[in-house]
Design a protein around this ligand. Structure first.
Ligand SMILES: [Zn+2]
Length: 148
């Protein structure tokens, strides 16, 4: 094992890390590039160690796949909410028609978007009413799901 100390050019942290001698010996280039991921948000540096186990350089490296993940999330998936009914019957007394309709159609499968169409409201308003119904003890919960 070879101990290497370096400073990350991205986060300015100082690191001491052990590098397997085999990695250097079997490296096809000289110096041998070794990627060291760390930090939050995660990033990485490539350290270059020569065949005499000396540190020759440190290069910042960003993970391209991090960007792809974000793109995938925002393009292909969106967050939705599903109102879950209580097990027992609830009283509709004093409730607005839209509130009652939500309670009637909430089956733990329909999302706020589905219900918004039924009551002719925006998904946002439907979510707010559903949250209010949870607080009033008329609905069990509003659960978050990721939909494609
Ligand atoms: Zn760093």
């Amino acid at each position: 094992m070879t101990e290497v100390t370096f400073t990350c050019p991205i986060c300015s942290s100082e690191f001491k890390t052990e590098i397997d001698d085999d990695m250097i010996r079997e490296g096809k280039t000289n110096p041998v590039p070794i990627v060291i991921p760390h930090g939050d948000p995660e990033h990485a540096v490539t350290v270059f160690i020569d065949k005499e186990y000396r540190l020759r350089g440190v290069n910042p490296l960003q993970f391209v796949h991090r960007f792809e993940e974000v793109k995938l999330e925002s393009r292909d998936y969106f967050k939705s909410y599903i109102p879950f009914p209580l097990e027992e019957e609830v009283s509709f007394k004093g409730l607005d028609n839209k509130f009652i309709t939500i309670l009637n159609v909430a089956d733990g499968h329909k999302t706020v978007e589905d219900i918004a169409e039924i009551i002719d409201e925006s998904p946002f308003t439907t979510r707010m009413i559903s949250l209010l119904l949870v607080r009033m003890g008329k609905l069990d919960s509003l659960r978050t799901v990721m939909r494609s």
